[in-house]
Design a protein around this ligand. Structure first.
Ligand code: DHB
Ligand code: MG
Length: 220
């Protein structure tokens, strides 16, 4: 049996991506453009991108809200799920990132489905009108509870809410952590567990992005 090392997690992840996801010129180009622009490689993995895409299709999502566009990688996965009449509204704080994402999304052929709103999500969210069928939260972890609150306000019973990066290499075990991202993540998990608007669970993940995880909720 292979040892449970981060190297082997990544190798298995690559095998799964090769076997189940394949390679796609538009997605590969989006990653290249993101890297060339100096953005960090913190986009979702290929298997996670397809997971989001399938969740959107399984739930029949036509209106998707994404908080945290980065280079548009997950945005493209989501946009491919909503159909010709569907829309993804995606919020990005950095105008330079949004410009790169816009090009990649257009080049992927889903430009008509994607509305990028540039600004701090806490400022943009109050300007949006629901209802959204699926909300993917993948931005600054410190604001996760604010984003969950907006997801609940802009959704409807049955809306799917996905929150990225809930594992943080196990750092969430340290409830006294001085890392504000860990505290933001812990607060979000507590909210998902206690706020009656959500019915939630979470899965840890290992792979090319290390040891992390994703929370999944439905709005009551
Ligand atoms: C970080 C953010 C992410 O959205 C992610 O997927 C991984 C890491 C971060 O800010 O550290
Ligand atoms: Mg993330």
């Amino acid at each position: 049996m292979a040892d449970a090392t981060s190297q082997n997690w990544a190798a298995v992840d690559a095998l799964l991506a090769d076997t189940l996801v394949g390679h796609d010129p538009a997605l590969d180009a989006a990653l290249m453009a993101q890297q060339a622009a100096g953005m960090p490689d913190i986009e979702v993995s290929a298997v996670a991108g397809k997971f989001l895409h399938l969740l959107a299709r399984m739930s029949g999502a036509r209106r998707v809200l994404e908080i945290g566009t980065l280079g548009g990688y997950s945005t493209i996965w989501l946009a491919r799920a909503v159909g010709a009449e569907g829309r993804v509204v995606t919020i990005e704080a950095e105008a330079a990132n949004a410009a790169v994402a816009r090009e990649s999304i257009d080049a992927a052929g889903v430009g008509a489905q994607v509305d990028i709103r540039v600004g701090r999500a806490a400022d943009v969210l109050p300007t949006l009108v629901g209802e959204f069928d699926l909300v993917f939260i993948d931005a600054d972890k410190e604001s996760n509870t604010i984003y969950l609150d907006w997801a609940a306000r802009l959704g409807r019973p049955g809306t799917v809410v996905v929150l990225d990066n809930i594992g943080r290499n196990g750092d969430i075990l340290d409830s006294e952590s001085g890392d504000s991202m860990v505290q933001g993540t812990l607060n979000a998990l507590r909210m998902l567990g206690s706020d009656p608007r959500f019915d939630a669970t979470a899965l840890q993940t290992v792979g090319v992005k290390g040891w992390d995880g994703v929370a999944l909720a439905i709005l009551r």
